[in-house]
Ligand binder design. Structure first.
Ligand SMILES: Nc1ncnc2c1ncn2[C@@H]1O[C@H](COP(=O)(O)OP(=O)(O)OP(=O)(O)O)[C@@H](O)[C@H]1O
Ligand SMILES: [Mg+2]
Length: 377
């Protein structure tokens, strides 16, 4: 699978542009603030109709404009798929997102997932190691949704059930005539939708562990063991019992305290918790390796490589690791037909071997021009 072409209108600092991409390596070079990350954000948005930088879609519309438009052409085994996303701010400043695949309007955004599989690494991904549990759950959910639409469907159901259940807890607290049997019915649904989430997350981590270990070795060049531990809020067998134990607390706090919406994962380097004790460089390396492990996982699951977006990856690593990372990515390009999009402020930070076959784009104040490698090296 690769993204052949993109057309962008009024997205961030882009007015109107159309680009053709290389099926292997695409490099975007430009100064700070030129629009490099914006372009990766547009590509990512075509894949999952969400940004990796913001939850507020309206921030994506170019200042002073009301309508945004993205079009992507994807080539998969000689078949072309077109994705079209647009949205408009209407008078009440609310958004109406429209998604079309091959000119057919999708009624559910969930049906978009999987058309263009994307993995992004950006400097913010350090937060997966360092930040709050919600960021790590988001990582798990996006990852699992891309390989399993059922996971996403079930997750959406689960989150709706929590919302309703919390309302029920509130009503019970205020003694508005609901008896506890009503809560029982919601407990059934919570457990029924919660268990597949716990299972899938555990399965994913089992698969990611050997992959991330291998990649970390190759990039760090050190025999350190890296481990991702699943810290579920509750295990399958105890789910019901814990709900009963916590029932009083839940009613008092009017919120669901037990379930995978409270899960977490931790990263360990040689049994040391990286969130608290690893250096910033180590944390970054873990985050990058995690994304590369994710890529391999998706490839193993679906025999298809997602496209890889690497934002500012070189500025965060020393030369040896940069080289090792690019070597690793190059291997995947050859082995798994991987398409890569990479941003940098200075093309000299990328190894000449990597650059020589690439398609290079110069980004400047919201304009993008194709350049040959020869002009830059
Ligand atoms: N909605 C928007 N409308 C117009 N311009 C925007 C919008 N959102 C962001 N920008 C502009 O986009 C620019 C930032 O682009 P971007 O983050 O892609 O830069 P970059 O090339 O990745 O820079 P760096 O090298 O610092 O990461 C800023 O100048 C910002 O003002
Ligand atoms: Mg940037």
């Amino acid at each position: 699978m690769f993204l052949k072409e993109i057309t962008i209108k009024n997205f961030r600092n882009f007015n109107d542009l159309s680009l053709n991409f290389d099926s292997r390596i695409n490099i975007f070079v430009g100064e700070n603030g030129a629009g490099k990350t914006n372009l990766l954000e547009a590509i990512y948005f075509l894949g999952i109709s969400k940004s990796f930088r913001t939850n507020q879609d309206k921030q994506l519309i170019k200042f002073d404009e009301v309508e945004l438009f993205l079009n992507g052409k994807i080539l998969k085994e000689n078949t072309e798929t077109q994705i079209n996303i647009s949205f408009t701010i209407n008078n009440e400043a609310s958004l109406q997102k429209k998604v079309r695949v091959n000119n057919k309007a999708l009624t559910r955004i969930i049906d978009l997932i999987g058309q263009l599989k994307v993995i992004v690494f950006s400097p913010e991904d350090l937060e997966i190691v360092k930040g709050s549990p919600a960021i790590r759950r988001r990582f798990l959910d996006i990852e699992l949704s891309q390989v399993s639409p059922n996971y996403l469907y079930n997750l959406q159901r689960y989150l709706k059930i929590i919302k309703h259940r919390n309302q029920i807890l509130s009503i019970i607290k205020r003694n508005r005539g609901l008896d506890l049997r009503e809560l029982d019915a919601w407990n059934d649904q919570l457990v029924e939708t919660g268990i597949p989430i716990i299972r899938k997350r555990q399965e994913l981590l089992n698969e990611l562990n050997p992959l991330i270990n291998e990649i970390y070795h190759q990039i760090r060049g050190l025999p350190q063991e890296i481990k991702i531990n699943y810290k579920p809020c509750v295990v399958e067998e105890d789910f019901r019992e814990k709900l009963e134990i916590k029932q009083e607390d839940e009613i008092r706090q009017e919120t669901t305290l037990i379930g995978p919406h409270r899960d977490d994962i931790s990263f360990y380097i040689n049994d040391i918790n990286a969130r608290y004790f690893a250096s910033q460089g180590q944390q970054r390396t873990i985050a990058i390796c995690l994304k590369l492990a994710e890529l391999q996982y998706q490839y193993l699951q679906t025999q298809e490589s997602p496209i890889l977006l690497l934002d500012d990856v070189t500025s965060e690593l020393d030369e040896a690791k940069r080289e090792a990372l690019l070597n690793f990515v190059s291997k995947d390009i050859n082995k798994a037909n991987l398409q890569v999009f990479i941003t940098t402020t200075d093309v000299a930070e990328l190894s000449p071997d990597f650059v020589k076959d690439a398609c290079i784009f110069k980004v400047k104040q919201g304009e993008i021009h194709h350049q040959t490698a020869k002009n830059l090296l």
